[in-house]
Ligand binder design. Structure first.
Ligand code: ADP
Ligand code: MG
Length: 266
């Protein structure tokens, strides 16, 4: 089976002014399969946001190729990128990015207004996804009437409402307290398993990293290490969260615990 996303020898160079160049990603080759739950970790400036922006078709690489579900996206025009993005990708942001004047319901419905779905089909979809994130009761509330965790649930519902193949979340828990952060990750993990949607999220929080099946560690724009945690089921994650949040479960976790210097930056 072909991978859902494939990056081959991808580099991204940002040019500032006339002659300053920043090598944000340096010759990255990576594959992601359907249904994976992946964390991208690494210190501030290591390239996490740049990587997610390239996978999410928000930006294009300077060198190399990206293939999404068989489409060679680096060769496509902007209109095609836009269509592929709408059909395949949902985004979750650190600061939620909800529209303040719209209710939770309307925020979730918003991406569907760009589709051909009828009003009744939209209603069904929105109600279903709000129920999945546990917000049916708060559908008419505006973002300012919701907690940070509830706002992020709205954002997760909005990311999923189009039934994307991939959900990308750039530091989705960075604005949340640690208990809420774990709850949001648990929710993402549950939806990942139930819907078989590929989740790729970035984080600099070692506790959040522990919840991933696969961890891609970036440093200076390169993949430093890929760690697989195959036994990390939802049940194990709950155990991690509830009973012994500080207890390392593998050697890898102990190593992560030491990288405190990057813990509060992103
Ligand atoms: P992270 O998300 O891990 O903090 P980023 O992908 O944001 O890392 O940044 C990687 C590198 O690229 C950093 O050195 C950063 O300063 C630089 N960078 C990111 N975005 C831009 C931009 N739009 N213009 C210039 N440099 C950028
Ligand atoms: Mg970032």
């Amino acid at each position: 089976m072909n991978p859902l996303i494939e990056l081959k020898n991808v580099s991204k160079i940002y040019t500032i002014g006339r002659n300053i160049q920043v090598l944000a990603l340096n010759n990255i080759t990576l594959q992601f399969n359907v249904g994976e739950f992946v964390a991208v970790s690494g210190p501030s400036g290591s390239g996490k946001t740049t990587l997610l922006n390239l996978i999410g078709l928000i930006d294009v690489p300077t060198q190399g190729t990206i293939t999404l579900d068989g489409n060679h996206i680096s060769m496509n025009g902007l209109a095609q990128l836009h269509r592929l993005r709408l059909q395949n990708i949902g985004f979750i942001f650190q600061s939620f990015n909800l529209i303040p004047v719209l209710s939770a319901y309307e925020n979730v419905e918003y991406p569907l207004l760009l589709t051909d779905l009828s009003a009744s089909e939209r209603k069904k979809r929105v109600e279903q996804v709000l129920a999945e994130v546990g917000l049916s009761e708060l559908a008419n509330h505006k973002p300012r009437e919701l907690s940070g965790g509830q706002c992020q649930r709205v954002a997760i519902a909005r990311a999923l409402v189009n039934k994307p193949k991939i959900v990308l979340a750039d530091e989705p828990t960075a604005n949340l307290d640690s208990v809420t952060a774990q709850e949001i990750l648990q929710l993402m993990a549950k939806l990942n398993q139930e819907e078989n949607v590929t989740f790729i999220f970035s984080t600099h929080d070692p506790k959040v990293v522990q919840l991933a099946r696969k961890i891609i560690q970036l440093r200076d724009g390169k993949v430093e290490q890929i760690v697989m945690q195959d036994n990390n089921t939802v049940e194990n994650r709950k155990e991690l969260q509830g009973d012994r949040p500080d207890q390392p479960v593998t050697k890898h976790h102990r190593q992560r615990g030491k990288t405190k210097s990057s813990a509060n930056r992103h």
